[in-house]
Design a protein around this ligand. Sequence first.
Ligand SMILES: NC(=O)c1ccc[n+]([C@@H]2O[C@H](COP(=O)([O-])OP(=O)(O)OC[C@H]3O[C@@H](n4cnc5c(N)ncnc54)[C@H](OP(=O)(O)O)[C@@H]3O)[C@@H](O)[C@H]2O)c1
Length: 180
Amino acid sequence: MDLQLAGKVALITGSSRGIGLATAKALAAEGCRLMLSARSAEPLAAAAAALRTSGVDVAAHPADVSKPEEAAGLVQAAVTAFGGIDVLINNVGGGGGARIADSTDDDWRSALERNLIQTVRMMRRYGRNAGYPTSPVQTRTCSFPASGSSVALASAQGQTLFARARREVGSSHSGPTCPG
Ligand SMILES: NC(=O)c1ccc[n+]([C@@H]2O[C@H](COP(=O)([O-])OP(=O)(O)OC[C@H]3O[C@@H](n4cnc5c(N)ncnc54)[C@H](OP(=O)(O)O)[C@@H]3O)[C@@H](O)[C@H]2O)c1
């Protein structure tokens, strides 16, 4: 498939394994240059090294995107390594949490931080550094728990709707990807 992404710089959060790494490989197959990131440095470096041996132009920067200063450092690292960012994949997030009757305000704050606020933060940083180029992609691998946690579902839905904020970010390719 040619998604017209050859040469574009893609920053993928949570890309040392799982869906984030699979997304990185798919973008590499499209000819993207990659900035990988995750909290643990060692598996992150191993993932980057494996891609590099296949000829992919890849950099890696360890960061916890739940921490504002580390999220900012990640965006800056991508700009320093590649001169800018064209594609932002907000893959970090997660389900879990209590059911409504058992949940506390802290459960809701924590789910909103994990699924919505860190995405908003990355998007703000990305927008400031990228100046909202004409064709950025911003997406999120969102969770749709079939049962159990309304806390996780509501926070992921907020993130999904935020990813549709195409007009404000000047993107025709902003949206959610929902694998589950
Ligand atoms: N698996 C599914 O069936 C499924 C279905 C629907 C949606 N999703 C969503 O898709 C996303 C990825 O799922 P997955 O199954 O691929 O997860 P995974 O295999 O557990 O991988 C998560 C990745 O994110 C990194 N990470 C976690 N927290 C982070 C943080 N605060 N800051 C930076 N990096 C962080 C992890 O590395 P470190 O631990 O080293 O940081 C790892 O690279 C999640 O948002 C999940 O909710 C998954």
